[in-house]
Design a protein around this ligand. Structure first.
Ligand code: BTN
Length: 266
């Protein structure tokens, strides 16, 4: 069934997120369409959904795989009044929201791979792409793009994604309603978004507890360099602390992490 604003809004319990909902048949990227809405003055929480994207994008210019009608693809306009240090909390809130929606719908445990992938059983089920505008060094507008894999089976996945990706239908072993996923996602994002100002401790705690990588050996690629180490600490604002084989520790900020692979712990 197609996603419509009416079907999502029915029984949607949010205060800000989803205040205005736009559902498109097709667009290049819901992030682009949300930018257009935002620049035309759309209110905080405006959300754009699409059945299909012809140029869906991921972080670092990667393309986002989502055959028509098989995913929840959306972008949310957020206009928080926050200090620049708190900017990473936007991504953290979106990752928490996607993880909670996945758990809610599929009844399986969802974890966050730093900085913003949502995994089930080690495979990616949702991705987040946050874009922002700053005015005089102050964050002023965010477009939070979220893609949740819902309805495709393993055979629908291209060979190179078969091991790395999964969907709610695969994990649940049954059909999943995209309307329910969309609602669960908006409701969870609405809750976390309202914590951004006062609930720093709550976001940090929930995000750390959901980490897929704490205590794990990982290979991190950032700013053109690759580092292997064990994750000693992880925090949405401070980033991660890696203990290298040499014994040295290194801090890595989320926005610089291009790729993070989990390795077998020795
Ligand atoms: C990533 O894992 O690299 C982020 C993927 C983000 C994909 C979503 S789908 C909806 C929104 N529109 C886009 O073009 N990208 C995001």
């Amino acid at each position: 069934m197609r996603l419509t604003a009416d079907s999502i809004r029915a029984r949607l319990h949010t205060r800000i997120v989803g205040r205005k909902i736009v559902c498109l048949e097709v667009c290049e990227s819901t992030n682009d369409r949300a930018w257009q809405e935002a620049l035309a003055g759309a209110p905080d929480g405006t959300t754009v959904f699409a059945e299909e994207q012809t140029k869906g994008r991921g972080r670092f210019g990667r393309t986002w795989f989502a055959p028509r009608g098989t995913a929840v693809l959306c972008s949310v306009v957020l206009r928080p009044q926050i200090q620049v240090e708190r900017v990473p909390l936007i991504t953290a809130s979106a990752a928490l929201a996607a993880a909670e929606a996945v758990e809610d719908i599929a009844g399986v445990e969802a974890r966050i791979r730093f900085p913003n992938d949502v995994l089930v059983g080690g495979r990616k089920i949702a991705g987040i792409l946050v874009e922002s505008r700053f005015i005089s060094s102050q964050p002023d507008l965010f477009i939070v793009g979220i893609g949740v894999n819902v309805a495709f089976g393993r055979a629908d996945l291209p060979e190179d994604l078969r091991e790395a990706a999964t969907s709610l239908a695969i994990e649940r072993g049954a059909e999943v309603s995209r309307v329910r996923v969309a609602r669960a996602l908006l409701e969870a994002l609405d809750r976390w978004y309202r914590e951004i100002d006062g609930g720093l401790r709550a976001i940090r705690k929930a995000w750390r507890e959901r980490s897929a990588i704490l205590g794990r050996k990982v290979r991190v690629r950032e700013s053109g360099r690759t580092t292997v180490g064990v994750v000693d600490e992880v925090d949405p604002i401070e980033g991660l602390v890696l203990r290298l084989e040499s014994g040295h520790v290194r801090a890595v900020r989320g926005e610089h992490v291009e790729r993070l692979e989990m390795l077998e712990n020795e």
